[in-house]
Design a protein around this ligand. Structure first.
Ligand SMILES: Cc1cc2nc3c(=O)[nH]c(=O)nc-3n(C[C@H](O)[C@H](O)[C@H](O)COP(=O)(O)O)c2cc1C
Length: 200
């Protein structure tokens, strides 16, 4: 879509058994199990464009992306290593750094809410979360598996400096993308009767 498309009528939804079937078995990948092939540069651009087509109150687009290839993630994992030692469970903190290095591609989604705007910060943060989910759907649509990870370095202030997240920003997610050698296994899903309140 470009500026020339603004105001153009978009196609109305039509039933898609294929999309329903895909959504019915949607599953995250274990990040460490993601391997090559990963998306090509053109596919990465497509995934970003599809992912950014996300609900957003006020057209603020309150998020940004950092596309991280293997080299930048290896350097980040190395820089984070000494900080893993400060965490409550240092061994686990060190082990989860493998999620940063294994996948072929990572898209870091940074929430960049505008404080004091009439659109509440919470809604701006929800939009960043929706972007993460949309990126996963986009990756799946191109035939890749994906994993939405935060881990300790998304919250540790010194680690956030290394990640490049500024004051007032938050990590919405590291969206790892790649290929699974083995299919992911089903996991428990919510009891819908306990989750849904139907009203007339
Ligand atoms: C905001 C957010 C952060 C997450 N962070 C982690 C994480 O740090 N480590 C992890 O193992 N799973 C994390 N997850 C969960 C996985 O992304 C995934 O949703 C979960 O394994 C369930 O798989 P499913 O998406 O197939 O239901 C996170 C999910 C969300 C929504």
């Amino acid at each position: 879509m470009s500026d020339a498309d603004l105001g153009q009528a978009l196609p109305l939804p039509t039933p898609s058994p294929e999309l329903q079937a895909r959504l019915a078995v949607r599953r995250s990948a274990p990040a460490q199990a993601l391997t090559g092939p990963g998306p090509s540069p053109a596919e990465i651009e497509r995934i970003l464009h599809l992912g950014a087509r996300t609900p957003d109150h006020g057209k603020l687009f309150p998020w940004r992306f950092v596309v991280m290839g293997p080299e930048s993630r290896a350097a980040l994992a190395e820089a984070l290593l000494p900080h893993a030692a400060r965490q409550t469970d240092p061994v686990k903190a060190r082990n989860v750094l493998a999620k940063l290095t294994a996948p072929p591609l990572t898209i870091l989604v940074v929430s960049t809410p505008i404080e004091g705007h009439k659109v509440p910060v919470w809604e701006q943060q929800l939009s960043a979360g929706a972007v993460c989910m949309n990126l996963e759907h986009a990756a799946h649509a191109l035939g890749y598996s994906a994993s939405w990870i935060t881990d300790w370095y998304s919250y540790d202030p010194q680690a956030l400096d290394l990640v490049g997240v500024k004051a007032g920003e938050q990590v919405a997610g590291f969206i790892h993308v790649g290929t699974l050698a083995e299919p992911a296994l089903e996991r428990p899903r919510p009891d819908m009767a306990a989750k849904v309140d139907y009203r007339s």
